[in-house]
Write a protein that binds this ligand. Structure first.
Ligand code: NAI
Ligand code: MG
Length: 362
């Protein structure tokens, strides 16, 4: 029996709507005989919380979260609160304080989902995005506010240890999953300090990891073109925080859109809880309508369960998602259907129940 404590932060907009479906799946899993015992605690930390309390989460939020085995996060973002506040007071403190330096994003063609690319079949790779340092740093400042000589400095922080850890995580994944090539996103021809350090240590870590592992370093501008032209060529892509962020939205788009793409913010050492969330944001343009696609959130829950030692249940959820998409009867608007968020969640739950019964020979 696995007893697991999960902190749930639905957040804003469609985050709240898709989270309901993930919780539905979680409850349904628990009702079935899967030896899964999960205790969830829901935290209302969001833009509404900010408007009431003047902060995105309480000052001891990280102490509270530290006691959990994992965090399931929805999305944040609300027009009434500046985006840099929502991001830097909620997501960033969790990712950085909990050393979630791996942002893992699977990019996979799904049955029944058309790629916008003419050659968009059989895409199957993963992105390892550095998640704790790099270009996303609050080091810097601005002087001469609102004067003609106004100026700013925004620093990128890259450390040897940070580069080593993310590249090592990518190599470990490649080794475990029988992959033979790592693609490193770089721009060391123009960003000559930080990206040169990145290249040097990426090369060293991959070489040390396994002689069977090939490293290709590709400039980011060319790499985005290759994602479109020959996406089947990639196996494991490793990238800095900014490059990885952009590559993963592009990756989502070429396999059918943001509504389908999960992500994991992982602390591989398991010293701190890891956090699982869809790639998408709070989608204010469709929030409140009940039409958001819950697949990315439900798939994020699957990654969470895999991380806490239940890859069997992860597989059941992913297979159920694939079955629903392949059949194509229940589809939300973003993937060409008319189903509501709840109908999509229900369909996935039904499929999980069927698969579980079949596996038990019932
Ligand atoms: P977004 O991901 O919220 O939306 C981009 C587009 O994708 C929109 O057209 C939206 O309707 C569509 N979309 C996204 N998720 C969908 C789903 N599950 N089903 C169907 N359609 C979906 O990105 P955007 O518009 O740039 O940002 C909106 C807000 O979200 C901003 O405040 C931003 O800061 C925040 N944001 C938060 C993130 C997070 O919480 N980790 C990540 C990205 C953005
Ligand atoms: Mg992004």
């Amino acid at each position: 029996m696995t007893h697991t404590k999960i902190a749930v932060i639905p957040g804003d907009g469609i985050g709240k709507e898709v989270m309901e479906e993930a919780l539905k799946v979680m409850n349904s899993l628990q009702e079935q005989d899967l030896s899964l015992q999960i205790e969830t605690t829901i935290f209302p930390w969001s833009s509404d919380y900010y408007l009431k309390h003047g902060r995105m989460m309480p000052s001891n939020a990280l102490d509270i979260l530290k006691e959990f085995d994992a965090i399931l996060f929805g999305a944040i973002g609300d027009a009434r609160v500046p985006d840099d506040v929502t991001v830097w007071e909620l997501i960033m403190p969790i990712r950085k304080s909990f050393q979630q330096y791996v942002n893992f994003r699977p990019i996979k063609s799904l049955p029944g989902i058309a790629s916008p690319l003419a050659n968009g079949r059989d895409i199957d790779f993963v992105i390892f995005r550095e998640n704790a340092e790099g270009e996303y740093s609050d080091s810097g400042g601005r002087i001469y506010h609102h004067q003609s000589q106004e100026m700013t400095i925004q620093n990128t922080i890259m450390t040897r240890i940070g580069i080593e850890k993310i590249v090592q995580a990518a190599c470990d994944y490649a080794y475990k999953n029988g992959k033979t090539k790592i693609t490193s996103a770089t721009k060391s021809n123009a960003i000559i300090h930080s990206m040169k350090l990145w290249d040097e240590h990426a090369r060293r870590i991959v070489a040390q990891s396994s002689p069977a592992l090939e490293l290709e370093s590709i400039y980011i501008d060319a790499l985005v073109a290759y994602f479109v032209e020959r996406p089947q060529d990639f196996q494991v892509v490793v990238a800095s925080n900014l490059f990885g962020d952009i590559l993963s939205d592009l990756g989502s788009a070429i396999v059918g859109g943001l509504g389908l793409s999960p992500s994991a913010n992982i602390n591989p050492e398991k010293e701190f809880p890891s956090m699982f969330e869809p790639v998408h944001g709070s989608a204010p343009n469709i929030a409140g309508k009940g039409i958001a696609n819950p697949v990315a959130q439900i798939w994020s829950l699957a990654l969470l369960l895999g991380h806490i030692g239940r890859p069997d249940i992860e597989q059941i959820i992913v297979s159920a998602i694939e079955k629903v998409l392949r059949e194509g009867v229940v589809k939300t608007a973003d993937i060409g259907g008319q189903a509501t968020t709840a109908q999509m969640g229900d369909a996935i739950c039904q499929e999980i129940i069927k698969m579980n019964l079949a596996a038990r020979g019932v």
